[in-house]
Design a protein around this ligand. Structure first.
Ligand code: HEC
Length: 420
């Protein structure tokens, strides 16, 4: 069951945000290449779209004044970055050279309450091209990944950098999402073979629970409630399900909206599961006793929430993959508030987590992907490049000691982000 043990070199990279990682070609669509481009990408779009620099060409002195004006407003540039950015702006947007794009009003913003440092450590998964999708920060400090194409679950020990993979039972089961039970077993959804499974990491034994209904394709995101029931979405089947691991009882229900593609799922502090409908502009909750599914319709018809997180006040935060927004739903009042993601309309916000008054998520469209911190008290963003590129980070999970774990699917790595 134990499939090899590899000790990769852990790359500890101090994420200075603007510093592009070695061997990685940072791209920023619509902006000329140059040393200042990545500063603009990471530091100048956290309050407004960077297009503002294209609206009016300036002499060097005026760009200098503009950059210092932005720093006074809270742009977080290092001393080394200031001249690089001024030169880049002067070179590319001299007087008279400007787009006709209309200026967008920017509201005055509160200063950020805490500037946080995020250090990335990344490990290769044991089977190259395993395409890790789900990630899980386990209670023993290890990080798990679902190696989708390799049909494995993998465990990374950040202390020793050991990576171990466990082969699953049914071939090509397409492990997707991960959850840990109270005994430290790792559960997964086998999305390609309509099952959920349990791996005992001590013995390597895998137990499978096939769906009882042929229509129940694509088990997707799992999460445990406080009573030990495993809830999960079934994306293509338009269903949600619950497994009682003690009795083996499995309950399935249709999502009320046809073709709603139930995607991310979380359980709040009261044991109520919430899921997002990524084929609609809806978020839903499940009454765990009566199985009544309640839906909230998001105000924008084009919204397509992909993943969600629940914070300490049982408020729901969601990544709107289609529109490039971060959203907040307070189920108590039904109020919805949204913020344009720093990377803009095509940034594809994806994996998301909530922790200590911050919401963290990944913009998965760009090269590299960016990790975004949203400080809820000031409604301000901080942005970091993901050193390896990220390769579409679908899930972000919070570790016991307040760090983040991520699976970096397209680059076949797992990351631990240490937050200070
Ligand atoms: C802390 C938030 C914040 C950050 C970070 C920020 N800006 Fe601004 N920016 C603003 C606000 C607020 C305005 C609107 C000011 C106004 O209209 O008087 C603005 C306006 C602008 C304008 C239009 C001003 C004009 O007169 O044409 C440009 C250009 C601009 N910013 C460029 C930048 C650049 C370059 C960076 C990165 C160094 C940056 N901004 C970072 C808040 C920010």
């Amino acid at each position: 069951m134990l499939k090899g043990s590899v000790v990769p070199v852990a790359i500890a990279v101090l994420a200075l945000g603007a510093a592009p990682a070695r061997g990685q070609n940072v791209q920023f669509a619509g902006y000329p290449e140059g040393p200042g481009m990545d500063i603009l990408r990471t530091k100048c779009r956290v309050c407004h779209v960077p297009d503002r620099v294209k609206q009016k060409g300036r002499e060097k002195d005026d760009w200098d004044a503009l950059v210092h004006n932005m720093m006074n407003r809270g742009a977080d540039l290092t001393d080394a970055e200031v001249p690089l950015l001024i030169d880049y702006l002067t070179k590319n947007w001299p007087p008279g050279n400007a787009d006709e794009a209309p200026a967008v009003a920017v509201a005055a913003l509160k200063p950020m309450a805490a500037h946080i440092t995020a250090d990335f450590r990344e490990w290769d998964v044991a089977t190259p091209s395993a395409r890790p999708s789900g990630s899980l920060a386990a209670s023993d400090g290890s990080i798990w990944y679902a190696g989708r194409t390799a049909n494995v679950l993998g465990r990374v020990d950040p202390k020793t950098s050991d990576v171990k993979e466990f082969q699953l039972k049914t071939p090509d089961s397409g492990p997707q999402g991960l959850a840990e039970d109270k005994d430290g077993n790792i559960w997964y959804t086998g999305s390609a073979k309509a099952l959920v499974g349990r791996l005992n990491p001590r013995t390597g034994v895998v137990t499978e629970y096939p769906m009882p209904d042929a229509a129940a394709r694509d088990p997707y995101t799992p999460a445990f409630d406080q009573k030990g029931n495993l809830w999960f979405t079934l994306r293509d089947a338009n269903m949600v399900g619950r497994l009682n691991p003690v009795t083996g009882d499995l309950t399935l229900r249709n999502s009320p909206t046809p073709k709603s593609l139930p995607d991310g799922l979380v359980v709040n502090s009261k044991g109520v599961p919430y899921f997002v409908e990524s084929g609609a502009n809806k978020i839903a909750s499940i009454d765990p006793d009566k199985w009544v599914i309640r839906e909230w319709t998001l105000p924008n018809a084009e919204a397509r929430p992909r993943r969600l997180a629940v914070d300490g006040n049982d408020v729901i935060w969601y990544s709107d993959h289609a529109r490039g927004y971060l959203g907040r739903l307070d189920p108590k009042t039904g109020d919805v508030k949204e913020w344009a993601s720093p990377g803009g309309a095509t940034s594809n916000p994806y994996g998301i987590a909530a922790m200590n008054g911050d919401v963290w998520y990944v913009e998965s469209a760009g090269t590299p992907n960016t990790l975004v911190r949203f400080e809820t008290s000031t409604e301000r963003f901080q942005v970091w490049n993901i050193p390896s590129g990220g390769g579409v980070v679908q899930n972000v999970s919070v570790t016991r000691d307040g760090n983040l774990a991520m699976a970096e699917s397209g680059v076949n790595k797992v990351a631990l982000v240490e937050i200070r």
